[in-house]
Design a protein around this ligand. Structure first.
Ligand SMILES: CC(C)(COP(=O)(O)OP(=O)(O)OC[C@H]1O[C@@H](n2cnc3c(N)ncnc32)[C@H](O)[C@@H]1OP(=O)(O)O)[C@@H](O)C(=O)NCCC(=O)NCCS
Length: 195
């Protein structure tokens, strides 16, 4: 066995034993685990042109949406991703998604994913949700560096990054293939101690 003098930033197994919390936002919205009954919202998101374009979300049926939601819970257990629904409290329907993908506990990093259905947009919800899940990632999970990547053409997402305090570190050329071709992406990041 190869042993490293550098310890893992977060020990393996730490996330799996945490229960996914419900996180309140200052605006009154909450972040809560996805439910199978949110399948409609996922199907609606996949049909929304902005989400389809920028999140590359393709879901064709209710059954596929339910499968994806079940996979979200499995991926928490496997310490791969941590995704929340954005919703009104007390059982409100999901209007958005936010959370961490590409979680690397050993290296202490993750990349944010988010979208909002049009009904939830226009009130700054994503900047506050981004700040809340970043706090969780540093304080509760113990990560060190958080990435936020978006197509340069996606100005709303760039503004969300700025408002949430993620510094722009550069442009990644031809970084992601979308339906309409390759897009350059901005790399923003937040490092423990920045907030
Ligand atoms: C990106 C997204 C989550 C932002 O939703 P939101 O939190 O409701 O954003 P808001 O409408 O409050 O706008 C946030 C900021 O961006 C600005 N903004 C919004 N649309 C913009 C546009 N087209 N161009 C430039 N700025 C824009 C707003 O003015 C606001 O800045 P301000 O507070 O300084 O005025 C939402 O638009 C969305 O889901 N879009 C489609 C999918 C997507 O882009 N996903 C992200 C992939 S990286």
């Amino acid at each position: 066995m190869i042993t490293s003098p550098i310890p893992p930033v977060v020990p393996a197994g730490q996330m799996a034993k945490m229960e996914q919390p419900v996180l309140a936002l200052p605006s009154g919205l909450e972040l809560r685990p996805w439910r199978v009954s949110d399948a409609d919202a996922l199907v609606a998101a996949a049909h929304e042109p902005g989400i389809r374009q920028w999140n590359r979300l393709f879901v064709t049926s209710q059954a596929e949406a339910r499968e994806r939601i079940e996979r979200m819970h499995a991926r928490w257990q496997n310490e791969q991703s941590a995704l929340w629904a954005i919703a009104q409290p007390d059982g409100g329907q999901a209007v958005g998604l936010i959370g961490w993908g590409d979680i690397d506990l050993q290296g202490g990093s993750a990349e944010i994913l988010y979208w909002l259905l049009p009904a939830g947009r226009g009130h700054g919800a994503m900047a506050e949700a981004t700040q809340r899940v970043s706090r969780w990632a540093f304080d509760d999970l113990g990560l060190h560096r958080l990435r936020l990547c978006h197509a340069v053409a996606n100005s709303a997402s760039c503004r969300v990054a700025e408002k949430a305090g993620f510094s722009l570190e550069g442009t990644m050329r031809s970084a992601l293939l979308h339906e309409d071709g390759w897009h350059d992406e901005h790399l923003h990041a937040l490092v423990r101690g920045d907030i």
